[in-house]
Write a protein that binds this ligand. Structure first.
Ligand code: MN
Length: 294
């Protein structure tokens, strides 16, 4: 049985308006095992606040996973060494905060700037050069991840969000080069549906390098709500590779604010849902995943 999780942004319009204490209560009440949280926010919290959030989560048997989408100023593959240095410093702070809340999975666009695209078409040679910059930064971070008991997951995302890792094969090749027991790949059904030739094969080829798994329908509605993806085949593939990690949903359905802007939600995918209706959508998706991964 895989732990089932929910991303923190589902009910919110803005990245900076999340109140974690009530969110923890809600996510636990809806049946989840894991609450995925914003690493950039958590690393700014005092030890006292982190202890308080851990106490609340522990009370519900809930654990945290840390999500990351590096801002441009922290781009670990930047041509500017000062920006890469800033990124290493920032991620080091994040990694050091994680044991304080018992979190052991860092995941997302953790290797370069999220949506930090080149200003022109690039050749394979240029891509390799940028990849080398990312690897150089990450090789500095791996010992810190190892020391803090963190599995460092690099998310394979679609071509409109990043250019280094667009397929599971690219993700696995990248992570292998880090030669660290902490380095893993994160696959996400939303991105896979855009880029992979074969969703099942992508999971099978990633195999033991898979460290985290994100789920959502093709349009990022909650999993099971439109049944547009071959869910049973995906679950079977995860079982075949012996995946023991968490399955975390990342649904985005609301319009308006910084979250829908960054995620490019230009229509009301919630269809006017009230908060209780959003709760029910999340709870139903949790039950759907539980039955799939039982
Ligand atoms: Mn994702």
């Amino acid at each position: 049985m895989n732990a089932i999780g929910m991303h923190y942004g589902f009910w919110s319009h803005n990245w900076d308006e999340i109140e974690y204490a009530p969110l923890i209560e809600k996510v636990a009440r809806l049946g989840f095992d894991v609450c995925e949280v914003a690493s950039a926010t958590f690393c700014t919290y005092s030890d006292e606040k982190l202890r308080e959030l851990k106490r609340r989560a522990d009370g519900h048997g809930l654990t945290f996973t840390y999500s990351i989408g590096l801002e441009r100023e922290y781009d670990l593959a930047s041509d500017d060494p000062a920006v890469r240095e800033n990124g290493v410093r920032h991620v080091t702070e994040i990694l050091r905060s994680m044991p304080k809340v018992g979190a052991s999975i860092l995941n997302g666009v953790s290797y370069a700037g999220w949506q930090a695209m080149p200003g022109h078409g690039i050749t394979m040679e240029e891509k390799r050069r940028k990849e080398a910059l990312a690897l150089e930064s990450l090789r500095r971070l791996m010992p810190i991840a190892e020391d803090n008991g963190v599995v460092y997951c690099c998310e394979v995302v679609n071509r409109f969000e990043q250019y280094l890792l667009n397929t599971a094969r690219e993700g696995a090749a990248f992570v292998r080069q880090l030669e660290s027991p902490s380095a893993r790949v994160l696959l996400d059904t939303f991105h896979m549906n855009i880029e992979e030739d074969d969703l099942v094969q992508a999971i099978l080829e990633t195999g033991e390098l898979l460290g985290h798994f994100h789920v959502g329908e093709r349009n990022r509605r909650p999993p099971g709500s439109t049944n547009s993806l071959p869910w049973q085949d995906l679950a079977n593939a995860l079982k075949r590779i012996g995946y023991q990690g968490a399955v975390v949903m990342e649904p985005f359905v609301l319009m308006g604010g910084s979250i829908p802007y960054d995620i490019k939600v230009w229509r009301d995918l919630s269809e006017g849902a009230s908060v209780p209706e959003l709760d029910r959508m999340a709870g139903d998706a949790c039950k759907f995943l539980r039955s799939l991964f039982a």
